[in-house]
Design a protein around this ligand. Structure first.
Ligand code: 13P
Ligand code: SF4
Length: 328
């Protein structure tokens, strides 16, 4: 985490990404927008939250708070600034708005969605409840506010096991990510009634591909995101959220590592761990990649697009997020 920058020199701004791009490219493509964004943040008393999948020039050069979905939601509870920019996808901005109803929350591109969030509706949740009466509903934060409003408690990939186990029940409706639910079912032995939505980025990885990378690259630590299929997770040395991937690398300091996840994850971690060789069979998230320095700058210049949540959804959706955050 870093504090809000106060007029750092261009060399200091370039420093964190020096190992990833040439100075002249950074100057040509990014430097003006970075300086403008830092100035606009001061002017509007704004803070930028960036998910770990944001590109390095956003993640390392303009963001104030960075992390996985859980860390961003936790940090969103304690923000002092008047304006919050979410450099991430729409469900993340909605979560921040739920926790900061009186503040201005902006998303630089309102079309930055998520195949999981779009894969289920509030009506679908009501149908599942009718099908499994009395069974609690645990919803991945990768979901709309309308779906959260039908939920008992939310979870992220970072706390899914803890949340599910905290309920002390033999079966759970866990939505919308089929693979996350199956992975947690395997870890906990708790029966999952799930939904058929998938992450379009993580569902593309196959166990055959992972085995082939092992053969090609020799000794290698493989870390998979739990949005991958259970067969892919079974091939990995560790499975966890994007924050858990960071912790694993900091703790194990592997010589060679492969992250089975979105591409920017390895770029951002390579800056922090120059001694680690990152093998990169990654897939890009087209939604995360909608966020750019240019549209962050524009969001601050125009104070748009503002994230709003229908009045009747605010209280029930907030309750399911707060319920999750209360679980330590
Ligand atoms: P994390 O919570 O692990 O950062 O994951 C969010 C996400 O969208 C992964 O695809
Ligand atoms: Fe959604 Fe997958 Fe993109 Fe994450 S990586 S935002 S789960 S589509």
């Amino acid at each position: 985490m870093q504090g809000i920058a106060t007029s750092p020199s261009r060399a200091a701004l370039y420093g964190p990404v020096a190992s990833l791009m040439a100075r002249q490219d950074w100057e040509r493509l990014f430097a003006d927008d970075i300086e403008a964004i830092l100035e606009l943040k001061r002017k509007h008393n704004a803070v930028i939250l960036a998910h770990n999948y944001q590109t390095p020039e956003i993640f390392h050069c303009v963001s104030d708070i960075r992390g996985d979905s859980l860390a961003l939601a936790r940090e969103a509870q304690n923000l002092e600034q008047d304006v919050i920019i979410m450099a991430g996808v729409h469900f993340m901005a909605e979560t921040v708005k739920l926790l900061n109803p009186t503040k201005t929350v902006l998303i630089p591109d309102a079309l930055a969605g998520c195949s999981l969030a779009e894969g289920i509706t509030a009506e679908n949740v009501r149908t599942l409840r009718e099908r499994h009466p009395g069974v609690p509903v645990v919803t991945y934060v990768n979901s709309s506010a309308a779906v959260k409003a039908e939920t008992d408690v939310c979870c992220t990939s970072g706390n899914a096991r803890r949340v599910v186990e905290s309920l002390g029940v033999p079966e759970v409706i866990m939505i919308p990510d089929e693979f996350l639910a199956r992975n947690i079912e395997r870890e906990t032995g708790i029966k999952m009634h799930t939904w058929s939505a998938r992450c379009e980025v993580h569902e593309r990885f196959t166990p055959q591909e992972i085995r082939q990378y092992r053969r090609m690259h020799g000794p290698l630590h493989i870390i998979a995101h739990p949005e991958c299929s259970p067969d892919v997770v079974a091939e990995a040395d560790h499975a966890g959220s994007t924050a858990s991937m960071m912790d694993y690398i900091a703790e194990h300091k592997p010589e060679k590592v492969m992250l089975i996840t979105e591409c920017s994850m390895s770029d951002n971690l390579a800056v922090m761990h120059p001694q680690v060789d990152f093998i990169r069979p990654c897939n890009l998230c087209p939604h995360m990649k909608r966020i750019t320095l240019k549209n962050i700058r524009q969001a601050l210049e125009t104070m748009s697009t503002e994230v709003t949540i229908p009045a009747d959804l605010q209280e029930p959706a907030r309750r399911s997020v707060e319920q999750m955050l209360a679980i330590k």
